[in-house]
Design a protein around this ligand. Structure first.
Ligand SMILES: NC(=O)c1ccc[n+]([C@@H]2O[C@H](COP(=O)([O-])OP(=O)(O)OC[C@H]3O[C@@H](n4cnc5c(N)ncnc54)[C@H](O)[C@@H]3O)[C@@H](O)[C@H]2O)c1
Length: 372
């Protein structure tokens, strides 16, 4: 039977999610080759060895170029900070490897363009970690919208909020450095934009605003100026004239993983929130007014690929299972099967949109996405 060899660069928050996905994907999806966890790379050899042992990787290294050069590595998972994605992804593609790179692509649009060009030139598969598009709920929403359950789309609103930067005394980290990007735009706005790309289409024009809730953060013994924006808002105009908004805030106390979508149509509405991602609320404008209302649909085996994980309806899937589905879609794409994924070309449109939002913030005017 065919096996597939993977290498993992970075073993922090997302690195563990990739490691678990690679561990589980064959057991969940029986049309998947057996995954060989070949090599794990971290900044320091001792850490790399520990993580490799924990996650079941055969070898470890502190040199990501050695991981990419290893002939047993067919797919490279990149889960390092944003500023490192471009050099690692491009080197992997040039070495003939497939790439699964965490979002966003890169802080600069030039680097994102170079990544997309490298993917095209390589003929290899390169996808981004836009896990939220993978849930059974989002697949159901796509189906409902395509089948006209809420009629013609008239307006949409997406919000993404978490509170890991809400404490003004949270220490300075790479996320507060301009080298990581704009801040909430790269960290968060790209996720709502991945849902918009999957469910609605491509924004044509944007009007953006960004703000910094805290000017500095503790760093060593002193304080260091925050270079990124933790809050961002954008008005969106789609090519067909439909309007929408995205509002993102990584300093939103009380919000833990909120990614809320409201889609309004001529005949109904859909509401979804990632904090309750096993549920979809559907409103259909029909029947007598006294019994009209949102219907709460609980995910179960009727909502693929839920049934791959557990037979019982309403037993709830979790975040790491989205990463297992994402790994499966990546393998589908590698094997030439239909696959749901945001590849580097589709990711580039998302990057252009956030750069257009930032430009609109700087220049105080509507900006066309293709101007960015
Ligand atoms: N898809 C999602 O929902 C999601 C969620 C969180 C983070 N992310 C993305 O994942 C990426 C990583 O974020 P994180 O929260 O896991 O960060 P993290 O700081 O927890 O982990 C990054 C890891 O990379 C390692 N690393 C840094 N430089 C390295 C190098 N040269 N070689 C090898 N390893 C190196 C670090 O030691 C660290 O363990 C970011 O791009 C972030 O935007 C995606």
């Amino acid at each position: 039977m065919r096996t597939i060899g993977v290498g993992l660069i970075g073993s922090g928050y997302m690195g563990k999610c990739h490691a678990l996905a690679w561990t589980g994907v064959h057991g969940v999806f029986d049309d998947t080759p057996i995954v060989r966890r070949v090599m794990l790379c971290e900044v320091e050899e001792g850490l790399a060895r520990r993580r490799a042992d924990e996650f079941g990787f055969e070898a470890s290294t502190d040199d990501w170029r050695a991981l990419i050069a290893d002939p047993g590595v067919e797919v490279v998972s990149i889960t390092t900070p944003n500023a490192l994605h471009a050099q690692m992804a491009i080197a992997a593609l040039e070495a003939g490897k497939h790439v699964w790179c965490e979002k966003p692509m890169a802080p600069s649009l030039d680097d994102s363009e170079r990544m997309a060009a490298a993917a095209r030139a390589s003929g290899r598969v390169a996808i981004l970690g836009y896990n939220y598009i993978q849930s059974p709920a989002v697949r159901l929403i796509a189906r409902l919208m395509n089948e006209g359950a809420i009629g013609r789309l008239t307006h949409f609103r997406l919000e993404m909020d978490e509170d890991y930067m809400a404490d003004p005394e949270a220490p300075f980290s790479w996320r507060a450095q301009a080298s990581s990007g704009y801040g909430a735009l790269d960290d968060f706005a790209v996720h709502p934009l991945s849902l918009i790309a999957t469910l609605i289409g491509a924004p044509a024009q944007v009007f953006g605003e960004m703000s910094k809730p805290y000017p500095d953060r503790p760093d060593g013994g002193g304080r260091r100026e925050v270079e990124t924006f933790d809050i961002a808002t954008a008005l969106l105009r789609m090519a067909d004239g439909v309007s929408g908004t995205i509002q993102v805030n990584r300093a939103a106390w009380g919000r833990k993983g909120r990614l809320q979508l409201q889609a309004f149509g001529a005949e109904g509405a859909i509401v979804f929130d990632q904090e309750r991602f096993n549920e979809v609320a559907l409103y259909v404008a029909e029947g007598p007014p006294e019994t009209q209302g949102f219907r709460q649909i609980l995910m179960g085996p009727a909502h693929p690929p839920y049934e791959r994980f557990i037979a019982g309806p309403g037993h709830q899937m979790g975040f790491n299972e989205l990463k297992v589905i994402e790994a499966h879609e990546l393998i589908n794409r590698i094997l030439g099967r239909p696959a749901l994924a945001i590849d580097f070309d589709a990711g580039l449109l998302i990057e252009r949109t956030i750069h257009a939002i930032a430009r609109s913030h700087r220049e105080g005017r509507w900006v066309a996405v293709n101007e960015a």
